[in-house]
Design a protein around this ligand. Structure first.
Ligand code: CA
Length: 231
């Protein structure tokens, strides 16, 4: 069966156009026009990805995103945020609340469908096929087929995007990756987006990896590098 996209949005015209274009791309869709029906659809609908408007009549989209990330069943569910132009603070908050990507309204629906495809692709395969299934690097443990990460035998919960970021940095260890390269290869977007996005995610990933966070080295004014050899 094709993947189910939950559209959480209260603008009827936009909903219609999203539904039409996603269905053309062979996705199933379900619509929630407010936060309460979104929470219901999340619990009963088992969606594969959520398109989430930030300004809903009854609830902030960010709150829904937080609830998804704090829920054991849904924590890995990809979330793509739909935000109005110029809501920079909301964008950053969106990533801090665990969104995988965002688009700014008004957006080109074709481009949005491409983003959806990219997110679903990377939540399903990623670059993991190229690696050994499991690696140990110092105290860090990565299982590429199970998509799990551990530090000193403790399981670490990463979002699909954080896992992807770790995967890309690890695969290129010893080589500096600029923020632009990371945006392209982790987010599948060209560098017209704020590079702050990358920094926010690297900070979160490092924090979750505890002392193994030090394996990701900041290269001043350029980007990041995963250390070449384990300590
Ligand atoms: Ca709205």
């Amino acid at each position: 069966m094709s993947e189910l996209i939950l559209i959480v949005e209260d603008e009827a015209d936009l909903v219609q156009s999203l539904e039409y274009n996603l269905q053309q791309a062979d996705y199933r869709t379900r619509v929630a026009l407010d936060g309460e029906s979104a929470m219901q659809a999340l619990q009963t609908g088992d969606p594969d990805l959520v398109l989430l408007d930030l300004m809903l009549p009854d609830m902030a989209g960010i709150e829904i995103c937080r609830r998804i990330r704090n829920d054991d069943q849904m924590r890995n569910l990809p979330v793509l945020i739909l935000t109005a132009r110029g809501e920079d603070i909301d964008r950053i908050t969106g990533f801090e609340a665990g969104a995988d990507d965002y688009v700014v309204k008004p957006f080109c629906v074709d481009e949005l469908v491409l983003r959806v495809q990219a997110i679903l692709r990377r939540s399903q395969h990623g670059e993991s096929d190229l690696h050994a299934d499991k690696v140990h690097f110092g105290d860090l443990h990565i299982d590429f087929s199970a998509h799990t990460t551990g530090v000193s035998e403790e399981l670490v919960e990463l979002t699909p995007l954080e896992f992807r970021l770790l995967e890309v940095l690890y695969a290129r260890r010893g080589r500096t990756q600029s923020r632009e390269i990371l945006l392209r290869d982790v987010w599948d977007i060209e560098a017209h987006v704020m590079t702050r996005t990358v920094d926010t995610h690297v900070q979160r990933l490092r924090a979750k990896l505890a002392h193994c966070g030090d394996y990701i080295v900041t290269v001043r004014n350029v980007g990041y590098r995963f250390r070449a050899d384990p300590p």
